[in-house]
Every structure is written in C-alpha cells, then in structure tokens.
Design a protein around this ligand. Structure first.
Ligand SMILES: [Fe+2]
Length: 293
C-alpha cells in the first residue's frame, strides 16, 4: 500500500506578513485566509495547499500525503507500525485545522511530521485566481509538487519512505556541489510526477532545502523569474535538470529555504528504471547565493 500524492505542506515562519506578500505577489498563490494564526495558500481547486504557521523555526513543520480512502489510510498506518513507526490519530481540532475527513500522523527518521490523510476539502465554488496572473499550477494526479529534505540518516529515511509509505526510487544524482562537497541525492516518486520527495544526507541549517511548484506554461516561469530578479532573490539561475528535465529557477523565500519554480518536467512512465547521474543540470542552475531574504 502506497501514498498517492503530496497533498499539502506546512511551514513555520517568523514573519507571516512577509510570507503573505511573497506567496501572493511573487509566487502567484491565492491567499485563502487565516486559520488559528496560520496563513493558508491555494494553488488550485483545493481549499488550501500550503499552511504557513507563526514559528521561529523557519523550516518545514509537516507534509500531508494523500490516500484514496479510509481503508487505504489504515493500510498505510499498519505498514508503518510494522516498520516500528509509532502512529498517532488526529483529534477533531486537528481535523478541522487541516480540513480533511481523517488523518494519522507520525515522525520521519529526521523528526519531520508526516500526515497520511484522506478527504481533502475542494472549493470549486470559489475559483482559484492567481493574484500574479499565473495561468495555473500543475497538481491533480501529480499532487502539490515536490520537496527536498536534508536528513540525518539516509538509509533509515529511505526505508521509512519506501517500505513505510510505499514510495519508489526514481534515480540518484551524485552531486559535486563544490570542489570539496559531493552529495548523493535520492529522488522518490509515488505517482507519475518524477519526484515528490528527494533526500540528501548532509548537515544543513534547515531540514527543508526547497519545495517545488510546477506552473502550466514556460511564460509563467519567465514572468516569475523577472519578479525574483527584480527583488534580488535568485538562488539558482534558470536551468534544466538532468533527471526530470524540468526548466526551472530557484528563489529565496522569507524563511531562508528555497522555492523551485518550474515547467516542462517529464513524468514516470511504465518502462521506467532507476538510473544515476553525475550532474543535477544539463545547463544553468548557477548558484547565486541565498538572495536578499
Ligand atoms: Fe527540486
């Protein structure tokens, strides 16, 4: 039994108003209002996809993985328990906060809260409208996007996500980040999105390296690139990745971790087999620093 897709992400942020402005004006997400001090953001018909919570942590707080129904949620919970992972049930208050029918939660080996839920809230009666004129975000069967974590123990983490959550390895990049540092990045999928999660074993100031949003057109990427250049917040220049073939750039968020903004990724097909790469990009993605944020 496997999770189907990434449904939502929760971030802790020391400056909620900076996030509100950045998420709407720069990323083009829709402000879905506040719930218990958290800023909720929409990028499609779902009631919310990203929750930004007041916290000095400025890092990922939780990731919500979607399953089809209650039976599937119980099966994933059972598998995790068989892997020795303690499972907690959500209380009514937590269910109201996430606006889902039910979820169970646990910690991944690095301490990130993972929620397995079903029954997200759809909001077709309030159409998604991007305040920055983004034509749309690619979600649906591919989920919210992807995110990349720095983990303490790669083997334990791979075991948790592959054996516990049922994800599969897409490929591996041996990334020579600079002359001194070589990192192995493991990319995992749970639907046809090339990767929903990537894991890097490396000491890092934050668990979350970046999260990725995929837009519907290359012009959406170009216009966002202009906005991020104007704000002096480019972390990596426009480029094309070797493994998912996505055209993207990276910008700094108000919490210090990065956001990847891309278009044109290839997807996992039936004849997929695991390969490895020596480089993260075919071209571009030149590191510019962590921006002004
Ligand atoms: Fe990425």
């Amino acid at each position: 039994m496997a999770v189907k897709k990434l449904g939502y992400l929760g971030f802790g942020a020391s400056d909620i108003e900076a996030w509100r402005s950045y998420a709407t004006k720069t990323l083009g997400l829709m402000d879905a209002g506040s719930k218990r001090d958290a800023l909720l953001l929409r990028l499609d018909s779902r009631g919310w996809r990203i929750g930004v919570h007041p916290s000095p942590k400025d890092d990922i707080l939780y990731a919500g993985f979607e399953v089809e129904n209650k039976a599937d949620m119980e099966r994933v919970a059972q598998t995790l328990e068989q892997c020795g992972v303690p499972i907690q049930r959500a209380n009514p208050e937590e269910l109201a906060e996430r606006a889902v029918i039910d979820f169970v939660k646990c910690k991944d080996p690095s301490g990130v809260t993972i929620e397995i839920y079903y029954g997200a809230s759809e909001l077709y009666e309030v159409p998604f409208v991007s305040p920055a004129g983004v034509s749309g975000f690619i979600t649906e069967d591919q989920g919210l996007g992807h995110y990349v974590l720095s983990v303490d123990d790669l083997e334990q983490s791979l075991d948790f996500y592959i054996r516990g959550l049922g994800m599969e390895l897409s490929d591996i990049i041996d990334w020579q980040m600079n002359p001194e540092v070589k990192l192995q990045v493991n990319f995992l999928h749970c639907n046809r999105r090339h990767h929903t999660l990537a894991l890097i074993q490396a000491p890092a100031p934050k668990r979350l390296h970046h999260f990725m949003l995929e837009v519907s057109s290359f012009d959406d990427v170009g216009r966002a690139y202009d906005r991020v250049i104007d704000q002096n917040q480019v972390v990596m220049t426009m480029g094309r990745h070797t493994n998912d073939h996505m055209y993207s750039f990276y910008g700094a968020t108000p919490s210090g971790f990065a956001v990847e903004y891309g278009w044109g990724a290839r997807t996992i097909e039936a004849d997929w087999s695991v390969v490895r790469y020596d480089s993260i990009s075919m071209w571009g993605h030149k590191f510019m620093g962590m921006g002004a944020a």
